[in-house]
Design a protein around this ligand. Structure first.
Ligand code: FPP
Length: 220
């Protein structure tokens, strides 16, 4: 498997179960993401895409939105050195213009500093699959599916092989709509902050058992 994508769901419920503020759930979610990156590297996966903030998430409370933005900014600052050292390429997809100018600048800076990494972490921020397709359509000058894909935020990235969604929800929620045409899905009841190596291994085992025909073309 080359590319794993994750809908990191259930942070809020994880916190509520512990009578903690929702933001503590997101904080634990950021730690789970950090761990997941290492599981991917150990498994030889080259790309990890995570759904960190959807176009719909702006509707959450002011407190939760600003908390999540601070968490992202904190993640960028605290992880910068490690990402460079561990050769992780950082990339953001979504409507980055919706983010504060400060956060946009921090993202651009980290993307530039990690440009030569050999493992890619793609963070979907203010991201919606339909929105991405509409923006791509505005750039598209005609041509093939491959030409269209070059207009998407994910230009140059392989499509995800497997998409994991945690916390028991079984929806795609507007995540990687174009790119998931032939992706496998794996759903688990586990809440994202509790997602550990055993869960990761289970998802990969399930994926390994599936026969991917890709609409006729058999692919490993
Ligand atoms: C869904 O759980 C999760 C989110 C909306 C945010 C995901 C963000 C992170 C894991 C944090 C950090 C990311 C980075 C890149 C540092 P939910 O709040 O919808 O949970 P609920 O359904 O239980 O309420």
């Amino acid at each position: 498997m080359e590319h794993l994508a994750v809908i990191m769901d259930g942070n809020g419920r994880w916190a509520e179960k512990r009578h903690l503020p929702r933001l503590m759930g997101h904080r634990a979610g950021a730690e789970a993401l950090d761990r997941c990156m290492h599981y991917c590297k150990d498994a030889g996966i080259k790309y990890l895409t995570v759904y960190a903030f959807s176009t719909e998430n702006w509707k959450r409370s002011e407190e939760e939105v600003s908390g999540l933005m601070k968490l992202l900014s904190g993640f960028i600052h605290s992880k910068e050195k490690t990402l460079v050292k561990e050769r992780v390429r950082f990339r953001v997809i979504g409507r980055r213009g919706d983010l504060s100018e400060k956060l946009q600048a921090e993202i651009a800076d980290l993307e530039a500093r990690t440009a030569d990494g050999d493992f890619t972490l793609i963070v979907a921020l203010s991201y919606g699959g339909r929105d991405e397709i509409v923006r791509a359509a505005m750039k598209f000058k005609g041509g093939s599916e491959e030409d269209f894909a070059k207009c998407l935020d994910t230009a140059g990235l392989p499509d995800p092989d497997l998409i994991i969604r945690t916390s028991g929800e079984q929806r795609t929620s507007n995540f990687l709509l174009w790119q998931s045409a032939y992706s496998e899905y794996y759903f688990t009841e586990t809440l994202w902050p509790d997602f550990d190596r055993a869960e990761f291994d289970k998802a990969l085992e399930s994926y390994a058992k599936r026969e991917r025909r890709m609409g006729g073309r058999l692919k490993k």
